[in-house]
Write a protein that binds this ligand. Structure first.
Ligand code: KG4
Ligand code: ZN
Length: 351
């Protein structure tokens, strides 16, 4: 990895407590040229030195994806370079593989990949044969993604955006068992993929979010939440540290209990899926993979079962360009080059 430049849009979306699609596209437009220039400069190379250009094809917001796809197509055409289309979720999985390769680690196969981000909570069986990776989707969320639940609960409690890092940090100061959120069950017949007949592992986080809301209402927490929100919006570049003195024990316990419930659910279902499919390793990636408690619990459970669990570094857990290049490499080697008809695919599936 010669360079990995990230243009964060957090400041733009923070006042809204979530991503505003129109603003996201505009930011992409403004940032794409400077980011590519900075990436080349930091890598000490020019466009001419590149073997190929890789771009995220989907899934994601149409406007933001289109900016990337059109720019990459233009660049590839103008410089006569091969263009590689990459699925964003495959990118998250390859963030782990990139680092495993760097440390000359062999990933025991088949591997089970949990991609857990703001838009996804998906389980894939991933296997490589002759340099080509294949994926089979065996689990997903039926409503909110885990990251989305972190973001919504953070907003609900008057904390900052994105919610994950706030809840992660503040949870250390609360009792994770104070609010007895039970195991999450999905009241739905397990979905069976039409041809493959493989069991599906279903996640659901919107019920837990509603349970947090009910708790807030029942315990009359609204006035303190509003006061906290007002104070934090008055602080330039507010951090979770600023929120600590604004949270009473009840709030910190609620935060820690929410996080514990999400982590328990992700660990329980992922290992159950690993057992069902006899996987030899587990890979956890996506923004929520940056969560401290999630890492600890996954690693401890993996140790107790003698099943290797691998996370990307914090830097490569959240969205980045290096993971897209890493996922593109095997495709480049295999000659899997995109054609001029490539376009953004907002609901592109993997596997
Ligand atoms: O992968 P990502 O950067 O973007 C998407 O593809 O969605 O993930 C962003 C998500 C957000 O929902 C954010 O709250 C969550 O990842 N996140 C975390 C943490 N850091 C980021 N969730 C829990 N704990 C964290 N430390
Ligand atoms: Zn992502």
């Amino acid at each position: 990895m010669l360079s990995n430049v990230v243009a964060s849009q957090i400041r733009t979306h923070a006042p809204y407590g979530g991503v505003v699609p129109e603003l996201a596209s505009r930011e992409h437009l403004q940032n794409i040229v400077p980011v590519v220039r900075a990436a080349l400069e930091q890598a000490g190379c020019t466009l001419e030195d590149l073997d190929a250009i890789a771009v995220t094809e989907g899934p994601g917001l149409a406007g933001a994806l289109l900016v990337g796809v059109m720019y990459a197509k233009g660049l590839a055409f103008a410089r006569n370079k091969p263009l590689i289309a990459v699925n964003h979720l495959e990118g998250h999985i390859h963030a782990v593989l990139l680092e495993a390769k760097k440390q000359a680690q062999m990933l025991a196969q088949p591997t089970l990949a949990l991609v857990v981000s703001g838009g996804h909570t998906h389980l894939y069986l991933a296997e490589e044969t002759d340099g080509t990776w294949r994926y089979k989707n065996i689990g997903r969320t039926v409503d909110d993604a885990a990251g989305e639940a972190f973001d919504k609960v953070s907003k609900l409690l008057g904390l900052g955006y994105p919610g994950g890092p706030w809840i992660d940090w503040l949870s250390q100061h609360g009792d994770p068992h104070a609010v007895p959120f039970g195991p999450i069950t999905v009241k739905q017949k397990p979905y069976r993929a039409p041809q493959k007949q493989s069991p599906r592992f279903l996640f659901s986080f919107s019920g837990l979010k509603t349970a947090v809301l009910r708790y807030v209402q029942l315990h009359g927490m609204k006035p303190t939440i509003e006061a906290r929100h007002r104070t934090l919006t008055g602080i330039a570049d507010a951090k979770p540290l600023h929120a600590l003195p604004l949270c009473d024990t009840e709030t910190l316990d609620l935060i820690a209990s929410f996080q514990r419930a999400v982590v328990d659910d992700l660990v329980r279902k992922t290992f159950a899926a690993g057992e069902t499919f006899h996987t030899a390793s587990i890979v956890v990636s996506g923004g929520v993979a940056a969560n401290g408690e999630l890492r600890q619990h996954f690693l401890a459970e993996g140790r107790s079962r003698a099943l290797p669990v691998i996370f990307p570094s914090l830097e490569l857990s959240t969205d980045n360009a290096a993971m897209i290049a890493a996922a593109a490499w095997p495709k480049f080697v295999a000659g899997d080059i995109a054609t001029a008809t490539l376009t953004a695919e907002p609901s592109l599936a993997l596997g």
